[in-house]
Design a protein around this ligand. Sequence first.
Ligand code: AMP
Length: 420
Amino acid sequence: MKVLVVGGGGREHALCLALSRDPAVSSLLCAPGNAGIADLAAVLPVAVDNPSAIADLAVDAVADLVVIGPEVPLVAGAADAVRAAGIACFGPSAAAARIEGSKAFAKEVMAAAGVPTAASRVCTTREEVAIALDEFGPPYVVKDDGLAAGKGVVVTTDRAVARTHAASCQRVVVEEFLDGPELSLFAITDGRTALPLAPAQDFKRVGDGDTGPNTGGMGAYSPLPWAPKELVDEVVADVVTPTVAEMQRRGLPFAGLLYAGLALTANGVRVVEFNARFGDPETQVVLARLRTPFAGLLWSASTGALADQPSLDWDEGAAVTVVMAAAGYPQNPRKGDPISGVDAANRLAGVQVFHAGTARDAAGRLVTAGGRVVSVTGVGQDVPQARDRAYAAVGLIDFPGAHYRHDIAAAAVTQPGGVG
Ligand code: AMP
């Protein structure tokens, strides 16, 4: 099988590594890729927001399967364009990817499917925003309706901040604050059947102790020692299955990766958001533990054959990833800083450094090329060992202005057991 992966972040590096380990994959390409992916796959330039350019590339490469990583090409219709060219594609149609591309649409689907989520109001005027803020009270949750690279949500007790954010967006969803630990559950689906992957937790704020602005994600771990054993089954029954069925009922079957961002509240599980693709950096820890051949799994989902897929096989242990970010991230990341220590980190036992915003300069040196630079992943027999390995590797990597969180998975190390 010749596989083309679209995207160039830590998630795509993890997707490429998992695909490269499947003996069914004879050839692996990635567009645009990054400096780390270039060690695993042939990397090709592409404009990820241009569906016809992606489809042309897949045709030229004679790809058997295209795997689309980021949300931007999905929402723009890249999966539709690839399928129209007669090539199997892992990723939902533009119409189905609206479940991520529009928060208001996601809320409408959840209401129709009876999926538990925060009560909400869609607002387009200042007056509507004011009424909704009064209705739900502080802490205020105000979400840009459209895609915003993980930065469209403001959660604040300051009403002025909430109003200012709403005023900067065309259409917003104002909703009830959900109190409780958050987790992510990925489900692979062919539009009818859905298979859950292991749950993970990610860390969205830039600073230790969940301080500072939201980011694309600063770290993650899996499994979750604190989560109830029946959690995955419950989320599949109450969230994933009804959502997949509702999308099919609407004539918008969702085939690809349905990502449920969840809060475990005192009243039960609630959906915080849906995404239409693998999460970054959760993918780095989830795939680190998956033993099932990955290309075969994505092929089944892309060809409507997931019902025949044997149950998934997982490593017993745990994985923790720590994102090292560039100076100025998330507001204004600096590019071009030389990176040292990645090879030394990769030589440590149980460590894999996934590249995100990296490139080679004219002299062939590894340099920063994006906000999140590397996603340093440790695997081990449990969360404490995986965490120690990840942070030992972080200690070997350096670039000017590098910053990272020190508390990824810290709260999970003291707890026994696990799910997933
Ligand atoms: P989203 O882009 O919808 O995932 O939101 C980003 C982050 O904002 C989430 O991971 C939560 O930490 C927070 N958030 C979103 N919606 C809510 C909510 N209703 N209550 C509390 N926190 C929320």
